[in-house]
Design a protein around this ligand. Structure first.
Ligand SMILES: CC(=O)SCCNC(=O)CCNC(=O)[C@H](O)C(C)(C)COP(=O)(O)OP(=O)(O)OC[C@H]1O[C@@H](n2cnc3c(N)ncnc32)[C@H](O)[C@@H]1OP(=O)(O)O
Length: 527
């Protein structure tokens, strides 16, 4: 497979750019460590004379030092953005949108798996194609973590969508045949109810008063939308990455309402490596927990934690693509080999990650990232977990009724929903599981018994499971696990495809980029 060569023009921000935005004494300045002071000093000098400071930064030693302080255009850029965001006369923070969409509003409250309640909620959605007379040709397309309902351009929003080439007449999701529906998930920020939405109980943004939610909660809200469209049964549920999890969850919760399932680069339960990667991203957003901008999630009238979001996206991008792709594409090349090395982004792979973070850091709500990525971690279609959640739901059913009867707030100060205590005893290494859980001890064919039981509702649902060998976030073995588990439920109609490295080096993002192999497989499966 050849990776297209790309010409990259890299904008190096200068101190002059950094000081062009009005500066305010932002909270960040209080956090400058003494080691950062040389840079700060240069920054102040720049305020007096931008041009002079630029040349000074590059050449002149600070008095008494052996060598000049390095300049940090990457940090200047962050500071400059904070300054320009805080200089706005009022909030809110950037409003998150990918354009016009349809909206389903549920006046009925929804009880979430871990006991939270949304008294009412919106599901933003878009559709392509036409619903047939017997309403049997609907395909629900699920999104990845941070995508909106805008999978394809529409009349009211001609911007290309995130699966633009996969949807349309004669395309894998053939709009001559299917009525394709895509929603923004609840917890998100592109029109569906999430942490940046207004809580009808007090007229304020939920922020981190938003309840913890799960993939299954997202699916239940989507099926409320289907109810409102009088769609009893989906022709298919299709999704990649988090969307693949949602696709599996749809079939597991509503087996009678889902005709077939497509799960691409997903998992039937989140595994530790993926949880670790998402944990790291959340932590950098919340380093921001220690950052005054974070403000424990209540930042909507101020500056959002954009630096953490930028870094989170850079880490995410490392998990979305692959080393071999970057080897071919960037190698060890530097953005500007004529200049001496810098501690700020310098190698092409660094400027690439920097660019990915820059592009994204103000376009997605930090709280949505925390909630939705946590929901992914919590995902487990195993029977034990299902039993536990069913019990929690049963215990909380009364709470929903009390809320409906007007006797109780959805969540109160007394709520234990958000209190997590860690055991006082330090962690001790335990013997690994004996393997009794495995239905088949052959590592390749293994299917955990608990997962087989949990996926039993899918025993009669035709399924396509597709994995990519270069994917490090949802590795190919996890796709095998899904396929094997489905087969173990007795499902005779499971198609498992693995794209080897000769087919794609795009890693996890293959589902966004490989129309031929991913699109082709979806098209032939849907028929
Ligand atoms: C976990 C889940 O549930 S879902 C996760 C799904 N994945 C994602 O969300 C990742 C999203 N990925 C993207 O957004 C990607 O841009 C895609 C998939 C849409 C497109 O991929 P590609 O076509 O390969 O674009 P690529 O990643 O190279 O980015 C191109 C941009 O990087 C810039 N660029 C490329 N190389 C460099 C470099 N060395 N230095 C600086 N900038 C660079 C290009 O100029 C271009 O900029 P622009 O977008 O501002 O025009």
């Amino acid at each position: 497979m050849s990776v297209p060569r790309r010409f990259v023009a890299v904008a190096r921000p200068t101190l002059r750019q950094a000081v062009s935005a009005p500066q305010k004494a932002g909270p960040q300045s209080a956090f400058l460590s003494p080691r950062f002071q040389p840079c700060r000093k240069l920054h102040n000098q720049a305020s007096r004379s931008a041009q002079a400071a630029v040349s000074e930064a590059d050449t002149e030693p600070v008095s008494g030092s052996t060598n000049p302080a390095l300049s940090f255009p990457c940090l200047d850029k962050q500071e400059s953005r904070s300054a320009s965001l805080s200089s706005r006369s009022s909030g809110p923070e950037p409003s998150y949108t990918t354009g016009k969409h349809l909206n389903f509003h549920s006046r009925e409250p929804i009880l979430l798996d871990w006991g939270g309640i949304l008294p009412e909620f919106n599901v933003a959605y878009e559709t392509w194609g036409t619903l047939n007379k017997d309403r049997s040709n609907a395909v629900l397309l699920h999104t990845g973590l941070s995508a909106s309902s805008h999978a394809h351009s529409t009349e009211v929003n001609p911007q290309p969508g995130w699966w633009e080439n996969f949807i349309g007449p004669g395309k894998p999701l053939d709009t001559d045949k299917y009525f394709v529906i895509c929603t923004n998930v609840i917890g998100g920020c592109f029109g569906s109810t999430g942490p940046s939405s207004i809580d009808p109980a007090n007229g304020e943004r939920y922020a981190t008063r938003f309840p913890v939610l799960t993939m299954e909660d997202m699916v239940r809200s989507q099926f409320r939308l289907l109810d409102s469209l009088n769609i009893d049964k989906l022709y298919a549920s299709v999704g990649s990455s988090m969307g693949g999890m949602l696709s599996l969850a749809s079939g597991a919760i509503f087996p009678d309402r889902v005709g077939r399932i497509v799960s691409i680069s997903a998992a039937a339960r989140s595994h530790p490596y993926s949880i670790a990667m998402r944990h790291t991203q959340r932590q950098v957003v919340v380093v921001l927990m220690m950052d005054p901008y974070w403000n424990r999630g209540f930042y909507y009238d101020g500056v959002p934690p954009h630096s953490g979001m930028k870094l989170a996206r850079e880490i995410a991008t490392v998990t979305y693509r692959s080393g071999p792709e970057w080897e071919q594409r960037f190698g060890r090349r530097r953005a500007d080999p004529s200049r001496p090395p810098a501690l700020c982004p310098d190698f092409l792979i660094e400027t690439y990650l920097d660019h990915a973070g820059e592009k994204w850091c103000l376009s997605y709500d930090p709280n949505s990232l925390l909630y939705v990525s946590k929901a992914m971690d919590l995902f487990d279609l195993g029977q034990d977990h299902r039993n536990r959640i069913n019990k929690v739901r049963q215990d909380n059913a009364g709470k929903l009724q009390a809320y409906l009867d007007g006797h109780a707030p959805a969540t109160g100060a007394e709520s234990d929903l958000c209190s997590l205590t860690l055991p006082e005893k330090p962690y001790e290494e335990k013997e690994p599981p004996t393997g009794e859980d495995e239905v088949n001890t052959d590592a390749v064919e293994a299917a955990p018994a608990d997962l087989v039981a949990g996926l039993k509702p899918l025993a009669n649902t035709p399924a396509l499971v597709l994995g990519v060998a270069s994917d490090i976030l949802f590795p190919a073995w996890q796709q095998k696990e899904i396929a094997n588990t489905l087969k173990r439920t007795g499902n005779k109609n499971v198609t498992h495809i693995e794209l080897g490295e000769e087919k794609s080096l795009f890693g996890h993002d293959t589902f966004l980029l490989d129309l031929k192999n991913v699109g082709g497989a979806v098209q032939s499966f849907l028929g």
